[in-house]
Design a binder for this molecule. Structure first.
Ligand SMILES: NC(=O)c1ccc[n+]([C@@H]2O[C@H](COP(=O)([O-])OP(=O)(O)OC[C@H]3O[C@@H](n4cnc5c(N)ncnc54)[C@H](OP(=O)(O)O)[C@@H]3O)[C@@H](O)[C@H]2O)c1
Length: 308
């Protein structure tokens, strides 16, 4: 454990004046905590939310801490992702792919993708590639310790939507593994294109948020209600790994998580990932599949130009 890093706090965030950030899933949990800290440090922060009313209510709790605005983005609807991205003008320093759903009952996105894979991975995949020509600094994607749950999660390349074999836990861990493989391949592509933009990932450990309340199992919900009280850290502490990845000078593809027991809580530090999450061949294969499913490619020429 690195004691210097474990003491890192929001007070260590360097001045963000003049920088613009987008945070997805910004109206709740880790998202609103991330918004508050970046805005307080001087950034202009855009809350990308699927329900602008909930977004405005969340924004009201942090208004006065800095410059923020609310824009609609439904990651479970590619038309909404396109609308958000085409409406973007000017530079974007920081994209934080934070939104997510966990262990929900089987459902599909507007475009027919399994909801957890579609929201947590494919929506962010499309959003990132569409916004890349504007991005100047980095993309941080929020994964989870669930990417390496018992049972060794893997990407079901032959059935990405888990049709006929849906399990809420399998779908969540697949989507969070996809977040890490996405980061790996995005970083490889950015470096190959000569872009200075970096792709990084983070996970919060266990943080008490609204995430656990949507679980498909009443038993797991009850367990997590107790866990949220006795094990979890609050959303502000849970957002620290994301913030660390967003502002510290770290190598591309870095993965940041809490430094405490089981990476469940503690200060932000670099953490390891599963072998499945480190496999460049899987990362490329997932990228190709995601391009095909979303119809959104890596914007090679624009990114190369951006990197000059
Ligand atoms: N909390 C933890 O212990 C934990 C652990 C590991 C990883 N994570 C990850 O941390 C991230 C943030 O989760 P959280 O704990 O802060 O949970 P949360 O409080 O439930 O926040 C999730 C956010 O994602 C938004 N969202 C869900 N579906 C969306 C969609 N289709 N389009 C746009 N936004 C959507 C939610 O919006 P609504 O409010 O409209 O539903 C909400 O703002 C997730 O990626 C999660 O996987 C959390």
């Amino acid at each position: 454990m690195n004691m210097t890093q474990s003491k890192w706090s929001v007070g260590d965030i360097p001045d963000q004046s003049g920088r613009t950030a987008v945070v997805t899933g910004a109206n709740s949990g880790l998202g609103i905590a991330t918004v508050e800290s970046l805005a307080r440090a001087g950034a202009h922060v855009v809350l990308a939310v699927r329900d602008p009313r909930r977004g405005e209510a969340a924004a009201a709790t942090v208004r006065g801490q800095g410059s923020i605005e609310v824009r609609r983005l439904d990651l479970a609807d590619l038309a909404s992702v396109h609308e958000f991205a085409t409406g973007w003008q000017g530079d974007l320093d920081l994209l934080i792919n934070n939104a997510g759903v966990m262990n929900i009952p089987e459902a599909t996105t507007k475009d027919g993708f399994e909801m957890q894979f579609g929201t947590n991975h494919l929506g962010h995949f499309a959003l990132t590639n569409l916004l890349l020509p504007h991005i100047t600094d980095r993309v941080v994607t929020v994964s989870s310790g669930a990417h390496k749950m018992p049972g060794s999660p893997y990407i079901h390349f032959d059935n990405l939507n888990l049709t006929g074999e849906y399990s809420p836990i399998t779908a969540y861990s697949q989507s969070k593994l996809a977040n890490l493989l996405f980061t790996l391949e995005l970083q490889r592509r950015l470096a190959a294109a000569g872009s200075p933009v970096r792709a990084l990932a983070a996970h919060p450990g266990w943080a008490a948020t609204n995430l656990q309340g949507h679980d498909s199992s009443a038993l797991r919900r009850a367990f997590m209600r107790v866990g949220n009280r006795v094990i979890a850290q609050d959303n502000k502490a849970g957002a620290l790994p994301t913030l660390y990845a967003a502002v510290e000078d770290l190598p591309g593809a870095s993965y940041v998580g809490p430094d405490g027991f089981g990476e469940m809580r503690g200060g932000p530090t670099l953490v390891g990932r599963s072998a499945a999450a480190s496999d460049p061949a899987s990362a490329r294969r997932l990228w190709m599949a995601s391009e095909e499913l979303t119809g959104v490619p890596f914007p090679e020429p624009a990114v190369s130009v951006r990197g000059q």
